[in-house]
Design a protein. Structure first.
Length: 88
């Protein structure tokens, strides 16, 4: 799964290829915990549906996006440092 919750601090982690199916999972996690930060540093491709969820819900983003296209077009100053260890 490309979208998961890091249990230690509640951060939502996006990793690898985040497909259109992951948009709904991300939305559900953000609706359940609206203050949860999203670490997108390990994603290497975000489907536009996933990006739309991020833009619509405006979570706190951790680090620079791992998707080079998104990182180029959406310049975000990270609020937190990326997670260094995660087993999810």
């Amino acid at each position: 799964m490309s979208v998961c919750r890091h249990d230690d601090n509640g951060t939502i982690l996006l990793k690898g290829v985040c497909s259109v199916e992951d948009a709904e999972s991300l939305l559900q996690l953000l609706q359940a915990t609206p203050r949860a930060p999203v670490d997108w540093t390990r994603s290497n491709h975000l489907h536009t549906a996933v990006l739309q969820v991020i833009l619509a819900t405006r979570p706190t983003l951790v680090g620079r996006c791992g998707d080079p296209w998104v990182a180029e077009w959406i310049n975000v100053t990270p609020a937190y440092a990326p997670l260094t260890d995660c087993d999810c």
